[in-house]
Design a protein around this ligand. Structure first.
Ligand SMILES: [Zn+2]
Length: 431
């Protein structure tokens, strides 16, 4: 039997954290609202209404496209994707089809060292990304089908990768990096449990090293990173088993059953023609002028992977430290402010942050920006330890005290008399 390699592409749906929905002024986030209370004639698809595009959706899409190195299209169009489903009251979804907002791009995935494998970088090309509206939700309750339209019209970005991923681990890593990037940019809460980030995976296999593509299956309904990893692993195993037994892989759509941990066949896959796409006649083309684009991109921060590399180069941090310190934008800002205030070896600041401050954040469920122990206080504290005014263990207690009181390290040391006594005469007197 030949060795097989997997060929995996991911389609993600990203819920943007705009205030309003994409084509009406209903609020976008109705997670805590009772069913069917956050709807209007536009998003519930009543006849005679007209959609109006929310500019904030375009702005967030442009930010994401720039961060993914995609070509931002100066002109893109909305289209109607026609299908009948109870959670889609209009009978069509407004989406972008052949002229999306972003084309091309990539995300580089640094893959960490693992047993039997050295570190490497997987380059994942982005095919395209487009804006669209979400559909409602249905659920079964005691033999009755219930429909909630609250989610209709919530803004989404659908982003599709080329089939560049080779393992379930890489697919998981893609989602981890993408989730971090979305939060870093501040355009989505990216909470998978709440459906802010949803993932479908296209999976096929081929003899290792081959360049052609075999028929693929599409795995739907996976809503955690662990589930994506597990579902893809199981599907690769199944395809290898079937191929080895001389069977052909069919282009099925599979659904991941989280509770049972198995994949089930939903249907033979539709082809795109079934949707009868045509241009949305109620919306103008989306024009992103150079001027508008530049105004949006003024808010584009240094990206996580760039900052990670800079921390390694500029501060001489080990890769491990740089990885953790850039896992969240607030934390990396905190680190850098503390390093500047400290003025000494950045690794000292990193050690205090990674050993003590991170534990404090985790225990209290806070983000770096919410700490009363500001980066300036942390820098001051490390200087007190360096100067021998306090020892390391007093320093650690002091961290907690600063966080509890919001007072400066020097003030607490003075008020509580925490300073180390090194005057021999004073110590003799006490003895
Ligand atoms: Zn509405």
């Amino acid at each position: 039997m030949p060795d097989y390699e997997a060929v995996i592409g991911l389609e993600t749906h990203i819920q943007l954290n705009t205030t309003a929905k994409i084509f009406c002024s209903c609020k976008a986030d109705s997670w805590y609202d009772p069913p069917n209370t956050n709807i209007c004639p536009v998003c519930s698809g009543l006849p005679g209404v007209l959609p109006v595009l929310n500019e904030a959706v375009v702005e967030k899409a442009v930010l994401l496209a720039a961060a993914m190195h995609s070509a931002i299209q100066p002109l893109s169009y909305f289209d109607r994707k026609n299908y009948f489903y109870p959670d889609l009251p209009k009978g069509y979804q407004i989406t972008q089809y052949d002229r999306p907002i972003g084309v091309g791009g990539y995300l580089d995935l640094p893959m960490p060292v693992a047993p039997g494998r050295s570190a490497y970088v997987r380059h994942v090309a982005i095919t395209k990304m487009h804006m669209e509206e979400d559909a409602g939700k249905t659920k079964n309750a005691g033999g009755v089908r219930l429909i909630d339209f609250n989610r209709c019209g919530v803004p989404l970005i659908e982003m599709v990768t080329d089939p560049d991923l080779r393992t379930a681990d890489e697919a998981a890593q893609y989602l981890i990096r993408l989730r971090a990037l979305l939060r870093w940019l501040g355009i989505s809460d990216a909470d998978m449990e709440k459906g802010h980030l949803r993932c479908d995976a296209n999976v096929s296999i081929r003899p290792a090293g081959a360049t052609y593509l075999n028929p693929k299956t599409e795995i739907k309904n996976v809503n955690s990173i662990d589930a994506v990893r597990e579902a893809i692993e199981k599907e690769i195993e199944r395809q290898v088993r079937e191929t080895a037994a001389g069977k052909r892989i069919q282009a099925w759509t599979l659904e991941w059953d989280e509770d049972a941990g198995v994949l089930r066949k939903m249907r033979s896959k539709e082809t795109e023609d079934d949707y009868r796409y045509f241009r949305e006649p109620d919306l103008l083309p989306v024009r992103v002028t150079d001027e508008w684009k530049q105004a949006i991109l003024r808010d584009l921060p240094e990206l996580p992977l760039e900052r990670r590399q800079r921390f390694i180069n500029q501060y001489g941090l080990p890769e491990y430290d740089a990885e953790i310190l850039t896992s969240e934008r607030g934390l990396s800002d905190y680190f850098e402010t503390a390093v500047k205030a400290y003025g000494g070896d950045a690794k000292r600041v990193s050690n205090w942050l990674m050993n003590d401050v991170l534990r404090m954040l985790n225990d209290a469920g806070l983000t770096a920006g919410q700490l009363k122990l500001t980066p300036l206080y942390l820098a001051e504290l490390i200087k007190l330890v360096d100067a021998g005014t306090i020892n390391v263990s007093t320093g650690k207690t002091l961290l907690e005290k600063i966080q509890a009181s919001g007072k400066s390290p020097a003030e607490i040391v003075q008020v509580e008399g925490l300073a180390k006594v090194s005057d021999d005469a004073a110590i003799r007197a006490v003895c």
